[in-house]
Write a protein that binds this ligand. Structure first.
Ligand SMILES: *[C@@H]1O[C@H](CO)[C@@H](O)[C@H](O)[C@H]1NC(C)=O
Ligand SMILES: *[C@@H]1O[C@H](CO)[C@@H](O)[C@H](O)[C@H]1NC(C)=O
Ligand SMILES: *[C@@H]1O[C@H](CO)[C@@H](O)[C@H](O)[C@H]1NC(C)=O
Ligand SMILES: *[C@@H]1O[C@H](CO)[C@@H](O)[C@H](O)[C@H]1NC(C)=O
Ligand SMILES: *[C@@H]1O[C@H](CO)[C@@H](O)[C@H](O)[C@H]1NC(C)=O
Length: 392
């Protein structure tokens, strides 16, 4: 494990220079926000409208897939869902029969091998960026269960979306950056995130901020190819004391896979989670270990009283420390009400968006998910086959 981590290409920061050639179009900025699907149903994601007349869709950004997916008229939800419930759960649905600009694509050779029907239609990035005639897959089978129930924008190695935009001259490079934004905490401190296509947001990557650059390691355990080494995870108490859940053992360096669409902050090997709970304190609801079933699927729930009140710092690649503030670490347990389709919060609990995994083996490499990108950004350049991450 350590040898693999050390083999990482730690190259100087050349990324922005490569992306911005003089005649290349400016990067496109798509906000990541609580996209309004219908009254009372706002689902965070990249908001794009589809079809004519257009309908709002909230997309997750999938760094491993290569195609664009929107669930269709049949949302493929189980029987417990009403139509309204399914609509919200899927981040909106696409009724091809109601879009005058939709046309079926026969014999489409997709780059994911997914079971889907394919259509060409128009997507609109708000406020006024039309992406006309892009190919969209309507899944015939559920893609990723409750982990990633929404529409998905595949920005993987052979992303049809990025290739389309580049060929249409809308972006200069098959590159993107993502920052989820401060999704929780007091309303006046929440921020919109961003998906930037064709480059990186210089506002996020000031000259002084620390970052690392690495090459991809494609591997069946990490479909995004973005493996990083976690050198330490520590709790940061308001009195200034930091305590490591690795308990100072430097040999406990662990690898993790970056997946900006994965629910919660991270998955964590059980022995580290046990250390975390021992240090952080807190009580499981009614004394029973319970997991969230909503947006931060399968992460842990606590009673509000006595829940952890510090921050958490993850140290990566021996080079950067990403501090997750308490407002993004102890969050409301939000879920879709399956009968009304409204987004609700379970007020009796607090959610600590970490998913403890039973044992660390080839098949369950720890994942750094969506909420890691509340406090770090990720930039991927498929042209140079590099990615970088740092503090905004
Ligand atoms: C779609 O989103 C826009 C804002 O981008 C909003 O004004 C509109 O009401 C939304 N449509 C629906 C059906 O909620
Ligand atoms: C995306 O395309 C790359 C390059 O062809 C491929 O290696 C990868 O497996 C594809 N992703 C999926 C989910 O099939
Ligand atoms: C990427 O997709 C195109 C179009 O489907 C295909 O021709 C090409 O072989 C793919 N490239 C890789 C590296 O898989
Ligand atoms: C800071 O707070 C933590 C948690 O309550 C405690 O364990 C630690 O001893 C405190 N440190 C100091 C220097 O008081
Ligand atoms: C809130 O969470 C607790 C603990 O998991 C659960 O027992 C309870 O049913 C939940 N309430 C609602 C309204 O979902």
């Amino acid at each position: 494990m350590i040898a693999r981590a050390l083999s990482f290409l730690l190259i100087p920061f050349l990324f922005a220079v490569i992306v911005y050639s003089k005649c290349a179009p400016k990067p496109l900025l798509l906000p990541i926000s609580d996209v309004e699907l219908s009254a009372g149903a706002n689902v965070r994601g990249v908001g794009l409208a589809v079809g004519t007349p257009s309908k709002n869709i909230s997309f997750l950004v999938n760094a491993g897939r290569n195609e664009t997916y929107i669930y269709g008229q049949d949302g493929l939800c189980d029987d417990s869902f009403s139509d309204a419930g399914c609509f919200t759960y899927r981040g909106g649905q696409y009724d091809i029969s109601k879009s005058s600009t939709a046309s079926k694509v026969d014999n489409y050779r997709d780059n994911d091998g997914t079971s889907a029907d394919w259509f060409k239609d128009n997507l609109f990035a708000q406020p006024d960026l039309p992406i006309n005639g892009i190919t969209i897959g309507v899944p015939k089978k559920d893609l990723d269960q409750q982990y990633k129930p929404q529409a998905q924008l595949g920005v993987g190695k052979n992303s049809s979306f990025l290739i389309f935009l580049k060929e249409a001259g809308k972006i200069g490079a098959r590159a993107y950056s993502i920052f989820w934004g401060l999704a929780s905490g007091p309303a006046d401190q929440q921020t919109t995130g961003s998906l930037i296509l064709g480059g990186i947001d210089e506002a996020l990557t000031g000259v002084d901020t620390k970052k690392f650059t690495s090459g991809f390691t494609y591997d069946f355990t990490c479909g995004t190819g973005m493996l990083v080494a976690l050198n330490d995870i520590s709790l940061n108490w308001p009195n200034g004391t930091d305590t490591s859940i690795f308990l100072g053992q430097r040999s406990t360096v662990m690898q993790a896979c970056l997946q900006p669409d994965y629910p919660g902050l991270m998955t964590m090997p059980l022995k580290h989670w046990e250390n975390f709970v021992k240090l952080a304190g807190g009580n499981y609801p009614g004394g029973v270990e319970s997991r969230a079933l909503g947006f931060n699927f399968w992460t842990m729930l606590f009673e509000p009283e006595g829940v952890f009140y510090g921050d958490l710092t993850l140290s990566l690649q021996n080079s950067i420390s990403i501090r997750i503030p308490n407002t993004q670490l102890v969050v409301p347990d939000k879920y879709v009400d399956v009968s009304t389709g409204k987004v609700r919060t379970n007020e009796t609990v607090r959610n600590l968006p970490i998913d403890p995994i039973q044992e660390i083996n080839q098949n369950d490499l720890p994942i750094l998910g969506r909420l890691f990108f509340t406090s770090a950004y990720l930039s991927v350049n498929h042209e140079t086959e590099t990615f970088l991450s740092g503090r905004p």
